[in-house]
Write a protein that binds this ligand. Structure first.
Ligand code: C2E
Ligand code: CA
Ligand code: CA
Length: 739
């Protein structure tokens, strides 16, 4: 079961948790990857756009400078003024220099004559800075040459856009600044002043890129932190745009922090997304957890159901189904080994009694206690199963010695005889066992159980509280029982085979005979003496017991007349007591022989006393009213409860011989007898110990206060003549006094 559950959990993790969580994580990673990629894409698109924008701004700057220039270079006044030279210096400065600086923000302006000699220079906010132009001259010459060539050839006569005149512009370094330099011819606006193409005066405008322009890019075009650098030293998160002259030379770099819309969106989105993913994962995990809990509960309830299907709810022992399973397994395992497998059928003796007299809860309690005791006696690997009300089966696999099984049976019998404490009562019980052993008795489940059952029947019918190994003779014993029944009928008809013997009872105190117990004897024509322990149960089963009982009662009453001082004890079976006419029959027998009822003692078992079938109780009551005394026979073998002694309507307790023979062997028997004697006395009952065989037993029983002793130590059951002999002296005395 545990294995199955472990496997289930394992497979749950493997089959469900891993793919679901794995899938969720994979989707999360894919989404995150897609987002990162798209934000990176968006960033790079934005960066390229900004670069193009910067380039457009610069090229627009070139155009706008050219426009600025045209406002003064396409003008007759200008042509005339440049031709006047120094004499028009003020006009030049005002219109072509400082005015351009203040109005358009140009950083420098120069005018050169057709020989490219500067006639006017404006730089650093003042006119006349010719040396600045000299420094610039070498860089600017190609641009000037290019324009004059344009003018001369008339190429590009149609200037781009709304331009009036051709021009040339380029990026270059001017006075340590990156700058746009634009060159324009100074021409007539009316066309009245004619000039030779290529020989015009030229106006050169310079606009630095690293001050007000950067400011404009920063504020108007939102280029974050834009700056100029000679080298591309863009740091982390910055981008650099090389500033190229027309010839492809790198002037320097614009460096700024590009606008990154993707990153911005991602930065805003990431926490939300992360939260959503986490929530999704948590939800999935939660769902998985719930599913797992459910499947665990399901597995547990399945396991529980399976357990219930295979176990007895009262004792938690395996039930018949599980037993059969285990037996099959054990039999399979037996093949090719030298092991033996013992199957034991156990049945409590007279369990019904406890249920009837103490109630079902007490019966349950007893069953549980029996199960517990059995469990303590078995070893690991054995199976104890409960297969019915008071029926148990023990499987003992892997045994090598038959003796082991016998020893186990003895231990079980001994353990079950120990008193049980149930609801404040001390209860006695016993158990019978039937044993079948594989492979000797068979290797088939059905065959083994049948044989163990037969053996149990034999154990029961040969006196209970014992065990029997199945033997082939058992079948013949069954046959023998049938023969006994037949022969007993014949004996009852003829009477000459039957006799009653008497076993004397002695006072423990001074060894005086106080009474005798009548015991039936049968001399079979072929078999010789047959024990009542054998034929009485058969007679009970077949109903012959009533005729036998009548015979013994009459014989005993008759014999009693010869022993006026003695009590006569007669055994009565429960079957007889159930007959409503029984008390009347006893009364008749007494009257017939004129025997005083007080001299008759009927020995009944506890079974008979507590039997609720028929008239047992009524008979006992009627008999006691008559004056007949009742003795409780075989006390301790049934379910006698010490605590209930006072409820039993009896005059005497006969302590079963199994307790007496248990002296010294098993601890506890002495204590039990002591307890029985004490309790009996406390309830005003006399006690007789049966089966006293040794003087030690006799002495001990005397010291603990037992009233009468009976047993082979003192005398066996003998024919009536021998009782006469035992009473001889007394009798002679009474005869003499009569004479
Ligand atoms: P029980 O009533 O317990 O009778 C006592 C039995 O113990 C007798 O066995 C007796 O011979 C035997 N016994 C006495 N002292 C000793 C001893 O020291 N050691 C040993 N080992 N045994 C001793 P028995 O005569 O074989 O009778 C067996 C049982 O048969 C009786 O047990 C009684 O239950 C039944 N029985 C005998 N006669 C009758 C009868 O007339 N009617 C009925 N219903 N049952 C009878
Ligand atoms: Ca008896
Ligand atoms: Ca007895």
């Amino acid at each position: 079961m545990r294995f199955a559950r472990g496997w289930l959990l394992h497979s749950f993790a493997l089959k469900i948790v891993t793919p679901v969580l794995g899938g969720a994580v994979a989707i999360s990673v894919a989404v995150a990857g897609l987002l990162l990629w798209s934000s990176w894409e968006a960033d790079s698109v934005a960066r390229e756009r900004q670069k193009r924008l910067a380039m457009v701004v610069i090229s627009d700057l070139k155009t706008s400078i050219a426009y600025d220039q045209e406002s003064v270079t396409v003008w007759d006044d200008s042509v005339r003024a440049v031709r006047q030279g120094d004499s028009a210096a003020d006009w030049l400065d005002h219109n072509l220099g400082s005015w351009m600086s203040t109005y358009f923000g140009h950083d420098a302006a120069y005018v050169v004559d057709p020989e490219n000699e500067p006639i006017y220079a404006f730089s650093g906010g003042k006119a006349g800075a010719d040396e600045d132009f000299r420094r610039l001259e070498s860089t600017i010459v190609p641009l000037i040459a290019f324009l004059r060539e344009e003018m001369r050839t008339g190429r590009n006569q149609e200037p781009a856009g709304r331009m009036l005149t051709p021009g040339a512009a380029d990026l270059m370094v001017v006075s340590g600044h990156p700058a746009v330099v634009s060159v324009k011819p100074i021409v007539s606006d009316t066309g009245e002043i004619v000039q030779t193409p290529g020989e015009e005066y030229l106006h050169i405008a310079v606009r630095y890129l690293d001050d007000s322009l950067l400011e404009g890019l920063r504020h108007d075009y939102l280029f974050d932190g834009i700056r100029f650098a000679w080298q591309d030293d863009s740091g982390k998160g910055e981008t650099g745009l090389p500033l190229l002259s027309d010839s492809g030379a790198v002037i320097g770099y614009f460096i700024w922090q590009p606008h990154r819309p993707g990153t911005t969106v991602l930065a805003n989105l990431a926490p939300v997304l992360l939260g959503v993913m986490l929530l999704a994962l948590l939800t999935i995990s939660g769902l998985l957890f719930l599913v797992n809990q459910r499947s665990k509960r399901l597995a547990a309830s399945e396991a529980r159901m399976q357990y219930l299907a295979l176990h007895d709810p009262l004792t938690a022992l395996p039930n018949r189904s599980l037993l059969e399973e285990r037996l099959e397994e054990a039999l399979d395992a037996l093949e090719n080994t030298r092991d033996m497998l013992a199957v034991l059928y156990l049945d409590l003796d007279r369990f019904k009694q406890v249920n009837d007299s103490l109630g079902h809860p007490a019966g349950d309690h007893l069953i549980k206690e029996v199960a517990r005791r059995l469990g303590k006696l078995t070893r690991h690997g054995d199976t104890v199963a409960r297969i019915g009300g008071d029926e148990f089966v023990v499987l003992m696999p892997h045994r090598r010695e038959a003796g082991e099984v016998d020893a186990f049976c003895e231990r079980v019998i001994e353990a079950m005889r120990q008193p049980y404490h149930i609801d404040g009562n001390q209860v006695f019980a016993s158990i019978s066992l039937g044993v079948a052993v594989a492979p000797v008795d068979g290797i088939d489940r059905a065959e083994l159980t049948r044989k163990a059952d037969i053996a149990l029947y034999h154990a029961k019918s040969s006196g209970r509280s014992r065990y029997a190994r199945f033997g082939s003779e058992m079948d013949s014993m069954l046959k023998e029982r049938r023969e006994i029944e037949r022969d007993l009928r014949v004996a009852l008809a003829r009477r000459n085979e039957l006799a009653v013997h008497y076993q004397p009872l002695y006072t423990a105190r001074d060894m005086q005979i106080t009474g005798v117990e009548a015991l039936l004897r049968w001399r079979h024509p072929q078999k010789g003496w047959v024990s009542p322990a054998l034929f009485v149960p058969i007679a009970e089963e077949t109903g012959l017991i009533e005729a036998l009982g009548d015979f013994v009662l009459r014989e005993a009453c008759l014999a009693a007349l010869a022993w006026p001082d003695l009590t006569i004890a007669v055994n009565v079976s429960a079957i007889e007591l159930r007959n409503p006419a029984f008390a009347g029959k006893v009364a008749d027998a007494l009257a017939e022989h004129g025997l005083e009822p007080g001299r008759l003692e009927l020995e009944v078992t506890e079974t008979a006393l507590t039997d609720h079938i028929g008239e047992c109780e009524g008979n006992v009551r009627a008999l006691r009213e008559m004056g007949v005394r009742i003795a409780l026979d075989d006390f301790g073998t049934g379910f006698s409860s010490l605590g209930r002694l006072h409820q039993l309507k009896v005059d005497r307790i006969k302590i079963d011989r199994s307790f007496v023979s248990g002296f010294g062997k098993s601890s506890g028997d002495e204590a039990i007898i002591q307890a029985i004697v004490d309790l009996a006395h406390a309830n005003g009952l006399r006690t007789t110990a049966e089966g006293v065989e040794t003087s030690e037993q006799g002495d001990y029983l005397k010291t603990i206060g037992c009233d009468e002793l009976q047993g082979f130590l003192l005398s066996r059951a003998v024919p009536p003549e021998e009782i006469d002999g035992l009473l001889g002296a007394k009798r002679r005395r009474s005869v003499a006094s009569a004479a």
